[in-house]
Design a protein around this ligand. Structure first.
Ligand code: CTP
Length: 400
């Protein structure tokens, strides 16, 4: 698992490197996040050494424009805060995010957070701390400890942070029993192919036949798959979109349908599935001039077109057991019959149908509205949603 260990400013922070060591030994990858006060009790060098990862301590460090808390929460399966001070608990219960750790804590789903509180007994018994914990428990946040014993202030009482072994055991048990929560990285160890964007079919050295596809849907699908833990091979036609900021996405940039065909048929055999969202040109000019064609007097011009290979149908005929193949259908009339016909003819498991009749759906828009038709006839309809939300719906439907 990927675990973030957050450390706030309490004396028990001196024990946290031991917790990190236990988690790493159990095979987890750990990233540590600290408050400024935590570094009074433990050190950057210790935490970076035991976790073998850089420490997250500053919202605005680096050049990712202050969004590392979002990429970190996407990376993490769980977040532990040990020790969690009264201040940390109070901030979380009241939605306060004023430093790197508290911001990350609010970005995490509450059911994926385990707090190990540690403080003096009077503070622990204070109605505000107890009230804040009650609120956090209602939201699904988990806690471990505190225990009774001798406290840093010299008194005996409740407030000691649970021992690192107890915290490591608790996270193991929580992970084992969390089947009801959608695991964030449920597609880890899977490889998916996605095609995106238009294809350009060259007429001469300066002209091509193309279409209005922006590639946004395919890029959103690649991002959603990567977010779910999959390794993604994105074969992209010419788009204005930049690289996807994820080490899990490998982009192969192509221009023509035949180049997309070559890349997709090469990559598909090693993939668990493929989602072909590209708007592939069905035809290309029979010949391509390597110079700019000149006008022929005032006569018209005839371009002779030949058919491109059908990538989706080819993958359908190559498909092995256990592979999932998803196509798109952009229809203007007889939508359902045409889409279902394509699903059967090309041996697909799902077809995602766009209707150009829906306002806000299709080429160029940031929104889309689709029907996902399964080979067994089941249909999942979406309302008009952002392409990011549509991508998540498609991924959840076709990978379940
Ligand atoms: N597609 C493909 N290769 C092609 C043409 C289309 O892989 N040469 C894929 C698209 O990526 C999409 C699906 O096929 O997933 C449907 O594309 P569409 O153009 O709607 O369908 P066609 O099969 O071309 O059918 P028609 O032109 O008759 O509507």
């Amino acid at each position: 698992m990927h675990i973030i260990v957050g450390i706030t400013g309490g004396i028990a922070a001196y024990k946290t490197p031991e917790l990190v060591r236990l988690l790493v030994k159990a095979g987890h990858e750990v990233r540590c996040a600290v408050t400024e006060h935590a570094l009074q009790f433990t050190t950057r060098a210790t935490l970076e050494t035991v976790s073998s990862n850089p420490l997250y301590s500053d919202l605005f460090a680096g050049n990712d424009h202050g969004t590392e808390h979002i990429s970190l929460k996407d990376w993490a399966d769980w977040m532990i805060v040990a020790p969690a001070t009264a201040n940390c608990i109070g901030k979380m219960a009241n939605g306060i995010a004023d430093d790197a750790l508290s911001t990350l804590l609010l970005a995490m789903p509450t059911q994926r957070v385990l707090l190990a509180p540690a403080m003096n007994s009077q503070m622990w018994n204070h109605p505000s701390v107890q009230h804040n914990l009650e609120v956090l428990h209602q939201w699904g946040v988990h806690t471990v400890g505190p225990e009774s014993g001798v406290l840093a202030c010299g008194t005996d009482g409740i407030g000691r942070m649970a021992e690192p072994v107890a915290i490591a055991d608790k996270i193991r048990d929580l992970a084992a029993s969390s089947t009801t929560i959608t695991p964030q990285r449920r597609l880890a160890n899977q490889r998916w192919l996605v095609t995106a964007g238009p294809t350009y079919e060259r007429i001469d050295s300066v002209r091509f036949i193309g279409n209005y596809s922006s590639g946004k849907m395919g890029y959103a699908l690649a991002e959603a798959l990567a977010k779910a833990g999959a390794e993604v091979e994105l074969v992209s036609g010419p788009t204005a979109l930049g690289d996807i900021d994820s080490p899990n996405v490998n982009i192969t940039r192509i221009e023509s349908a035949r180049e997309m065909y070559a890349a997709a048929t090469r990559l598909f055999p090693s993939c668990h599935g493929a989602i072909l969202s590209a708007a592939v040109a069905d035809y290309r000019p029979e010949s391509t001039a390597d110079h700019k064609l000149k006008k022929q007097g005032d006569k018209g011009m005839t371009l002779h077109l030949v058919q491109n290979p059908d990538i989706l149908a080819t993958l359908g005929s190559m498909k092995g057991t256990g592979q999932t193949l998803v196509g798109f259908a952009l229809e203007t009339d007889n939508e359902m019959a045409n889409a279902t016909g394509k699903l059967q003819r090309k041996h697909l498991d799902y077809i995602v149908m766009n209707s150009l009749r829906d306002a806000g759906a299709g080429f160029g828009f940031d929104t889309n509205k689709v029907s996902i038709i399964a080979a067994d006839g089941q249909i999942t309809e979406s309302p008009l949603l952002s392409k990011k939300e549509i991508a998540e719906l498609i991924i959840n439907t076709v990978t379940n």
